[in-house]
Design a protein around this ligand. Sequence first.
Ligand SMILES: [Zn+2]
Length: 447
Amino acid sequence: MSSRSGSVGGGSSAGGSSAGGGAAVPLAVLLRREVASERTASERPELHSGLFSQAKKGEDFTFLKPDCERLPGVPSSSFSAFGLFDGHNGNGAAIYTKENLLNNILSAVPADLNREDWLAALPRALVAAFVKTDKDFQTKARSSGTTVTFVIIDGLVITVASVGDSRCVLEAEGSIYHLSSDHRFDASKEEVDRVTESGGDVGRLNVVGGAEIGPLRCWPGGLCLSRSIGDQDVGQFIVPVPLVKQVKLSTAGGRLIIASDGVWDALSPEAAFNCSRELPPEPAAEQIVKTAVHSKGLRDDTTCIVVDIVAEKNSSSMPLPKKQQGIGVFKNMFCKKKSSDSSSHADREYMDPDIVEEMFEDGCALLSRRLDSEYPVRNMFKLFICAICQVELKPNQGISVHEDSSQPGSLRRWDGPFLCQSCQEKKEAMEGKHRSRDSSRNSGSGE
Ligand SMILES: [Zn+2]
């Protein structure tokens, strides 16, 4: 499957035809901007993708759309999108998210951006779209939830947004990179603290005699995930705010594996890459799923998407020096940035062209921070549009994302971005500020 459909003027828009609010910009202007920020030939890789799945409960869903266009009818604005949704307590949230998330992402990006600005805008648009999708789904159903691992590939730039525990891992330049979250209570003390402070009760299952067994879960309900889309019946503190990571590959390209926990419960990322090496994407995905099922049995839905990003061979630029071949060097390229407050884009000017370059990472659950990112462009996000649901706000109708009803008169209440009333209520509920229902568990072993 190639990523470049080349449907010139076909008007085949990306999954979201209703992209972006804001004034229309003449096509000629958009094209000129597009050319100005055009990818160089070496930055236009080919994509090949494959999928394999073995169902047990029928709650894993996938989304493969290799031929999206940011500007409908402009092939050079093409990008590819891949998603994995592992549902629980029913498949409603997974199906709803699969059908609506890309549209919500595209409507959260202003229509008139060039490529560089669109890539810079994506992290914030992904946060807005995840929250909007969650909020909209809650008007349709109370129960069911889903993990979301959503990958956008534009040239050599990979942007991954994730909630829950389906993983996306990258192998490039001889190393393995983790591009997604592990939003399980067992994996993050920080998430346990966040949920507990917001009114959730986290602990292990009690059996008769007082023994505690199994993973850490949130009660009532017993969910192991600290973030997801859906799960209104568990509590609003199970938030849909994704970890977003953005990296740029070197011209050597790389392979992505996106898979549900049915795979990762049985295989390490290293084992998944090793067992499928040399195979094209579809047989590779099948091999990974079969290896996982063979080792642990089919205990859960087990789904895998493999995407190869292959740089064009005839591209200009420098010949690549030989890299070290030792696969299995686990790298957490982001650790050096960890608790830093700067979620801004890294300096891209002087990067070595021969390494995977980290461009962005932020996993904070606070919307006041995630929606407030600074960008190198002016007026990218319109002040009078709700930063989450994109509804138009009348003057003095918007509520600052920094407003905090538990601390009236907070410092930055006149600062944008702004939210509509309903999204402001959603934000406060996510932060545990509306504790209408008693969510405590009788046994009280959790902290
Ligand atoms: Zn809103």
